[in-house]
Design a protein around this ligand. Structure first.
Ligand SMILES: Nc1nc2c(c(=O)[nH]1)N[C@H]1C(S)=C(S)[C@@H](COP(=O)(O)O)O[C@H]1N2
Ligand SMILES: [Mo]
Length: 437
């Protein structure tokens, strides 16, 4: 079988730079407009603002990593300024300063794919034939077209979606998988219907215990029989009044990368239970056991473990609520600031199933904390905006730290929280550097 394991772009580079360069130059996947033109010696020097020793040794057609990370032509079409972590499947995160909007624009929303986007997602007309089936522990199995789905009451909510692996890059020893830093999170406005209205219409049996969601994306092996990912939640979470079956993101039909024409949004839980390209809901009388539901996937140890240890699968539990977390979205890290003026900063905070109760900032490595101004969320599960103003006591290099506290009093840790085999749930504080002059 031509099974291709998921492998990061930079990992591939290390193993076979030329082959990787050739693969990523497939124009259908990534735009490389002008790259060849710009790769002339002079253009590269200008781009880096410095000498590039040994440039003549650079293999033909090879993109220097710094160039690939920074060049605006090296992008996923429709995504603006995102950092590409992997191109097959596509995974890209948003630098914090590009998450400044209250509602994350589609062009700035991270993408996490475990498989390949189904070709139908690029064909608008495919929505007309799309069918969502609901079966399992229901009295009336349903086959719904999108038109039929649209007869249920329409709702729109701002919902935070964060990948369970956001922050993975912070763990030591390092953990395999996409090396997300801070930006696998976004809060978009989803439009659609409530999962609970649809499930009720199917006549849930009293045995209904868990959902199993299926999407139309294609396994990396190309084998149509293999399911990329199929996850679900306890029936109570599916019946939560904010769990949606959505067809709109920010007032427009979902884009191909975000699950066109239909997706689940399960706010407050790992993004992996927000199934994209949704075509089946299997209501089950046992915990769902689809791909990436079992073993170590989206699970953490039931007890704290030493970093780097092996944990038996039986000692792992499914991640439910995401932990309290926040970002500084303005200003960008490594800026310069005039001592004579107040330093204004802002960002967002969120807390999974909980709400954010308080937000604080510090500029002396956590000795003293200043209370930030924190807004209520637009609706439950929307991230909360905060802002603060500081006056630095002198010139010099500062770090500004931001710390959210949730409604139960839990705070973001200063250091990376408990290591776990797959590197989930890193909610350490976001820090930015500022040079005050
Ligand atoms: N069908 C399908 N749904 C999926 C995935 C996927 O690979 N296939 N990835 C999941 C994961 S792990 C995350 S974090 C979110 C990301 O949603 P986004 O790409 O819209 O940001 O989608 C989830 N839904
Ligand atoms: Mo994820």
């Amino acid at each position: 079988m031509g099974y291709k394991k998921e492998r990061g772009l930079w990992e591939s580079y290390e193993q076979d730079a030329e082959k990787t360069a050739a693969e990523i130059f497939c124009p259908a996947r990534i735009s490389r407009r002008d790259f060849v033109k710009k790769s002339g010696l002079v253009a590269l020097m200008v781009a880096f603002g410095t000498q590039v020793p040994f440039l003549r040794n650079l293999p033909a057609g090879f993109i220097p990593v710094a160039f690939a990370e920074a060049d605006e032509d090296f992008v996923i079409p429709g995504k603006n300024g995102l950092r590409l972590l992997n191109d097959r499947p596509i995974n890209a995160e948003t630098p914090p300063h590009l998450l400044d909007d209250n509602i994350t624009p589609v062009a700035r929303h991270f993408v996490r794919n475990n498989g390949l986007v189904p070709p139908s997602a690029n064909v608008l007309a495919s929505a007309k034939e799309w069918m969502l089936s609901i079966d399992g522990e229901v009295h009336r199995p349903l086959q719904l077209s999108i038109e039929q789905l649209q007869r249920f009451e329409y709702h729109t909510y701002d919902l935070t979606v964060e990948c369970g692996g956001n922050g993975r890059a912070g763990y030591n020893p390092p953990v395999k998988g996409n090396q997300w830093s801070l930006g696998a999170v976004g809060c978009a406005r989803y439009g659609g219907v409530l999962m609970r209205d649809v499930l009720r219409a199917s006549g849930l049996k009293t045995s209904a215990f868990y959902t199993g969601y299926y999407g139309a994306d294609i396994h990396l092996s190309g084998d149509p029989k293999r399911v990329v990912i199929s996850r679900g939640t306890p029936i109570e979470k599916a019946m939560n009044e904010y769990t949606m079956i959505a067809w709109e993101m920010n007032g427009k039909p979902l884009s191909a990368l975000h699950g066109f024409p239909l997706r689940v949004v399960t706010p407050g839980w790992p993004g992996s239970v927000s199934m994209k390209w949704l075509n089946r809901i299997w209501v089950r009388d046992v915990e769902h056991d689809g791909p990436k539901m079992t073993g170590k996937a989206y699970r953490v140890p039931k007890y704290p473990v030493p970093p780097g240890s092996k944990v038996p699968d039986a000692d792992m539990k499914i991640i439910e609520s995401m932990p309290v977390k926040s970002l500084i979205t303005f200003p960008k890290t490594r800026g310069r600031h005039d001592l004579r003026t107040a330093f204004h900063l802002r960002g967002h905070a969120w807390a999974g199933e909980r709400s954010v109760k308080q937000m604080h900032v510090s500029f002396d490595f956590g000795q003293n904390w200043i209370r930030a101004d924190l807004k209520q969320p637009a609706n439950r599960y929307a991230w909360q905006h905060w802002k603060a103003a500081l006056n630095f006591p002198s010139r010099g290099y500062y770090e500004v730290w931001a710390r959210a506290t949730d409604s139960n009093g839990s705070m973001q840790p200063t250091v990376v929280p408990g290591w776990n085999p797959k590197g989930y749930l890193n909610n350490a504080m976001h820090r930015i550097a500022v040079t005050v002059f």
